[in-house]
Ligand binder design. Structure first.
Ligand SMILES: *Cc1c(COP(=O)(O)O)cnc(C)c1O
Length: 378
């Protein structure tokens, strides 16, 4: 059996977690702060605020923009549902921009076209740019558009931790307002479940810190040198979206191995590229300004071949995947108004895409098996 993705946990990870389980703090202790600091050191952002998932991080990132009910947020349909659910959690209006089928990410051309055609009162107040498969998507150009049209940018970088754009690590927020990451088991690094928001905006960082912990701010007061006591006040309606101490300890240790993990993924991707370059199939293109984190290895084949490939893989117990079902096609989204919604490139891409296994525990012998199946059909 070959899985398309898998976590990588070693003995050092286990030791770090156990150490916290034997300590005084299981939550709200020092490890979370250390993890956030080290994360900022890695991506070169001013602030990192941890969350218990990327879904709660996205929820909060949209919430702190203080949008009105009728304000629009746009994103790509080729993503996990959390990328757009976060708009709905906050009661804002949602719309999608078609993708570039060469990258699987939001199309810059379609974005420009849609912006120029949209009446002023319906222009988006924020755009959620998903770096599909680990390839940072047109950050500089979208940043320039944000200045012209006045929208905020949230990067959904769940696939792209460890990647970079124009020499800057994804998460630096050089060309965005906020950037979110996931530490779900199959992402670049894991804390089981977990997430992070990075930003260089002090106001946003403070608000995120509040919203993830009930909206409560805490202060230590010292009364006439008679001792310290804690005062707290709920400033806004918040949640409990906190990461635990043992998850943070796992995150700190995983972060040390991030560059190694990306190297392994890159080697695997390069192997696929080499061995399959003569086949009748397409790989996604990687912009020359981008260093990919190789989260997904997508190939595109004709609709007919895709069906045959799926059957052949299943027979050999090779589990591939498909990224993604267009978000607007889920029955919930159909119910809330996307019933007859269709975006042309997204529809075509969906019929052709297959995500091949890629993860740090994958063996070259297993990749050869996968390649053999593909070669019989392309
Ligand atoms: C994994 C993922 C999410 C959700 O992250 P969780 O940590 O599982 O909540 C959101 N967006 C994208 C693109 C993802 O891949």
């Amino acid at each position: 059996m070959i899985n398309y993705n898998r976590h990588n946990i070693d003995e050092t990870d286990i030791k770090k977690v156990v150490k916290i389980l034997r300590s005084n703090y299981l939550t709200q202790g020092p490890s979370v702060k250390v993890f956030e600091k080290k994360f900022s050191d890695y991506v070169k952002s001013k602030f990192s605020i941890s969350f218990n998932s990327c879904t709660s991080a996205l929820h909060s990132a949209v919430a702190i923009l203080n949008l009105n009910k009728n304000d629009y947020v746009w994103t790509t349909p080729n993503s996990f549902v959390a990328s757009s659910n976060c708009v709905l959690f906050n009661g804002n209006k949602l719309d999608f921009v078609d993708i570039d089928s060469n990258t699987g990410s939001m199309s810059l051309y379609e974005l420009k076209k849609k912006l120029s055609k949209t009446p002023k009162n319906k222009l988006p107040k924020a755009i959620i740019n998903v770096h599909f498969a680990g390839v940072a998507n047109r950050q500089f150009e979208i940043w320039k558009l944000s200045k012209k049209y006045g929208f905020k940018i949230i990067e959904d970088a769940c696939h792209a931790l460890g990647g970079s754009y124009l020499g800057e690590k994804v998460g630096s927020c050089r060309w965005s307002d906020l950037c979110v990451f996931s530490f779900h088991a199959i992402k670049s690094i894991t804390t089981g479940e977990g997430g992070m928001v990075t930003t260089n905006n002090t106001k946003f960082a403070k608000k995120l810190e509040l919203i993830k912990s009930h909206g409560i701010s805490r202060n230590i007061r010292n009364i006439n040198n008679k001792g310290n006591y804690l005062v707290y006040d709920q400033k806004l309606l918040g949640y409990n979206f906190r990461l635990t101490e043992f998850q943070a300890a796992l995150g700190i240790n995983q972060l040390k191995k991030l560059n190694y993990f990306i190297d392994v993924r890159k080697k695997i991707a390069t192997y696929y590229f080499q061995k399959l370059k003569k086949q009748k199939l397409e790989f996604l293109t990687i912009d020359k300004n981008v260093k990919s984190s190789f989260h997904l290895l997508v190939i595109r084949v004709s609709k007919k071949i895709k069906k045959k490939l799926i059957e052949a893989f299943l027979k050999k117990k090779i589990f591939v995947s498909y990224h993604y079902i267009p978000i607007y096609k889920h029955s919930f989204y159909k119910k809330i108004g996307f019933k007859n919604y269709k975006l042309k490139s997204m529809e075509k891409y969906q019929q052709e895409c297959v995500s091949l296994p890629i993860h740090t525990k994958l063996k070259f012998k297993e990749i050869d098996k996968i390649i053999k199946v593909i070669k019989t059909l392309t």
